[in-house]
Design a protein around this ligand. Structure first.
Ligand SMILES: NC(=O)c1ccc[n+]([C@@H]2O[C@H](COP(=O)([O-])OP(=O)(O)OC[C@H]3O[C@@H](n4cnc5c(N)ncnc54)[C@H](OP(=O)(O)O)[C@@H]3O)[C@@H](O)[C@H]2O)c1
Length: 278
């Protein structure tokens, strides 16, 4: 019961890596806040947890992360529902393949992969920071990828030269840049934030939809991600390729680029939500 007494929120826990993590964390004793966008899919995971543990250790929170108002509603619901949050895993994501290879936009008019894979987690984490801080020691784990591409700040919405892979890769680098930035901001506190490439081409919907033959199991990426949830003395602001510490794309270490990403993110949030909670 390694996680007894801990409350964990895993975004995108209706499939793939997130589902594996949610079931495993609940089996290890955690109270799990299951996030999904489909009530039916989330209910199935909740039932899986009930069967595996013999207890009702999971609660469902619904939100489409392609809509910042729903992200905010999700944050409000977490804050209303739980007095503590020990771990936030920003896992939900969409892969590089879109229908017809077309560029897609979120409800807020933001390039879709940037919105779902990065900005939703950025906003959710920022909204939940007071709760995480009050629950410290607490951890944030951002599930990124080895697939990374520098952000062109002249065209972050990829209006020119769009490709699904570029959109995916810039969103994943943005998650890593946010991790390093936030770790710096939180230094001296007991809230740590780390990021990883869980494993290469795990056998998940995202990979299968991309037409790729899986190379690794969900369990492999799951164990690597769990390490960032569990391992003692892990520190903060670190990027791992599986279980090995690694270097991200060099833009991640450029303080000017990180400041520009922060400004871009705040601007997009303000434009989408208007004057709301900071
Ligand atoms: N698979 C790999 O080899 C691999 C490699 C490197 C990194 N990663 C990263 O690992 C994470 C998990 O990926 P996976 O392979 O487990 O993918 P997956 O099986 O396709 O699961 C993705 C999860 O994200 C949810 N999601 C997607 N769009 C959403 C939205 N707009 N609002 C709310 N939830 C949404 C999905 O919900 P539904 O169930 O409703 O679709 C699902 O729960 C992603 O961040 C991915 O980039 C994966």
């Amino acid at each position: 019961m390694a996680h007894h007494g801990r409350t964990v929120l895993v975004t995108g826990s209706t499939d793939g890596l997130g589902r594996w993590l949610a079931v495993r964390l609940a089996t290890d004793g955690a109270r799990v806040l299951l996030h999904g966008r489909s009530a039916e899919r989330a209910a199935r995971v909740r039932e899986e947890i009930r069967r595996a543990t013999g207890e009702d250790r999971a609660e469902v929170l619904l939100a489409d992360l392609a809509d910042l108002r729903e992200v905010d509603r999700l944050a409000d619901e977490v804050l209303a529902r739980t007095p503590r949050l020990d771990v936030l895993v920003n896992n939900a994501g969409i892969g590089a393949t879109s229908p017809g290879g077309r560029r897609e936009l979120s409800t807020d008019g933001i390039e879709l992969r940037l919105a779902v894979n990065y900005l939703a987690g950025y906003r959710l984490t920022r909204r939940l920071l007071p709760l995480l801080t009050a629950s410290a020691p607490a951890r944030v784990v951002n599930v990124a990828s080895v697939g990374q591409q520098a952000i062109d700040f002249a065209d972050p919405m990829l209006e020119r030269g769009y490709s699904g892979m570029r959109a995916y890769a810039q969103s994943k680098l943005a998650q890593i840049m946010f991790t390093l930035d936030l770790a710096e901001e939180l230094s001296g506190t007991e809230v740590t934030v780390n990021t990883l490439h869980p494993a290469t081409y795990m056998d998940t919907t995202m990979v299968r939809e991309g037409g790729v033959t899986p190379w690794s199991t969900v369990e492999e990426g799951g164990e690597a991600t769990l390490r960032l949830v569990d391992a003692p003395d892990l520190g903060s602001g670190r990027y791992f390729d599986g279980t090995r510490e690694s270097r991200a794309d060099r833009q991640a270490y450029d303080p000017v680029a990180r400041r520009r990403l922060r400004e871009l993110s705040e601007g997009l949030v303000a434009r989408s939500l208007g004057a709301r909670k900071p």
